[in-house]
Design a protein around this ligand. Structure first.
Ligand code: FEO
Length: 172
């Protein structure tokens, strides 16, 4: 049985992952409209990944006999300044999620909930990849600033079109 504090923190994380999913879906819609299908695809895959994160937490809470409490999802931003600002927001958001996961591990540690600490290791590792992916896109966008911007953007967009969804929560 999960202790109350751990259950509350896990439920908050389910909400945070669902928020992330819809944030990226909203970004995907904006990018699609701006004629950047590769960036839009990358964000759509990101949306799918975030749903699997929420679902992984959902299943864990159920497994431990806790009650999942679904909260509402806020209104998403609809307009974005630029592709670069979308990339910056993504990195900032992932850094925020990393802080939430670290806090969750702290709560589980305080409550001496070793099973939850072990379960959260996957999320700790995943956040390293999440931040690295967002940083890479931002770095690429910074590289093309200035001359040849349109051409560079086209090249990055073409590359991001290749990203495919893989449910990493199913990997051992
Ligand atoms: Fe579920 Fe992007 O962290």
């Amino acid at each position: 049985m999960l202790k109350e504090k751990v259950l509350k923190a896990l439920n908050e994380q389910i909400n945070a992952e669902q928020y992330s999913a819809f944030l990226y879906l909203s970004m995907s819609a904006w990018l699609e409209e701006k004629g950047l299908p590769g960036f839009a695809n990358w964000m759509y895959v990101q949306y799918q990944e975030e749903l699997t994160h929420a679902n992984k937490l959902f299943k864990y809470v159920n497994e431990r006999g806790g009650r999942v409490e679904l909260k509402g999802i806020d209104q998403m931003p609809v307009e974005f300044e630029s592709v670069k600002s979308v990339a910056e927001m993504t990195l900032e958001h992932e850094q925020h999620v990393t802080a939430l996961i670290n806090n969750l591990v702290d709560v589980a540690t305080e409550e001496r909930d070793h099973a939850t600490i072990s379960f959260l290791t996957w999320f700790v590792d995943e956040q390293v990849e999440e931040e690295a992916n967002a940083t890479e896109i931002l770095d690429n966008l910074k590289l093309i600033e200035g001359e040849g911007k349109g051409n560079g953007l086209f090249m990055i967009d073409r590359e991001l079109r290749q990203r495919k969804f893989i449910d990493e929560t199913q990997a051992v």
